[in-house]
Design a binder for this molecule. Structure first.
Ligand SMILES: [Zn+2]
Length: 112
């Protein structure tokens, strides 16, 4: 095992979220679910076509939130409420892995 001190890492080491691996698979799962919904919505005939555009937009927003959550894992801010900066409870992250806010802040915001 050799430690090469002259080699600079691409970026400073960040403390990774303890459950980063699990979080990533949760997010991957959520993304897959959304993509499947989007596919079903755009490829199958739908009884409630009036609602289709709104439904589609909602899924696309979810996909954007999922991408943003992946970015937050990278920059180390994942799992922290973006409003009050307290940790979001694990139970909430299990249900909504791409959420930006804790439960009480979520009530005061319009986004996820
Ligand atoms: Zn909060």
């Amino acid at each position: 095992m050799s430690l090469d001190a002259s080699r600079t890492p691409p970026r400073p080491e960040l403390p990774e979220h303890p459950a980063a691996h699990e979080t990533r698979s949760r997010l991957e799962h959520a993304r897959l679910t959304s993509l499947t919904q989007l596919h079903t919505l755009t490829h199958d005939s739908h009884p409630d076509e009036q609602l289709l555009p709104a439904h589609k937009t909602a899924i696309e927003q979810t996909l954007q939130e999922i991408d943003a959550a992946f970015a937050r894992i990278e920059d180390g801010t994942y799992g922290t409420c973006q409003n009050c900066h307290t940790p979001v409870p694990e139970e909430r992250l299990e249900i909504l892995p791409y959420t930006r806010y804790c439960v009480s802040c979520r009530r005061h915001t319009t986004t996820t």
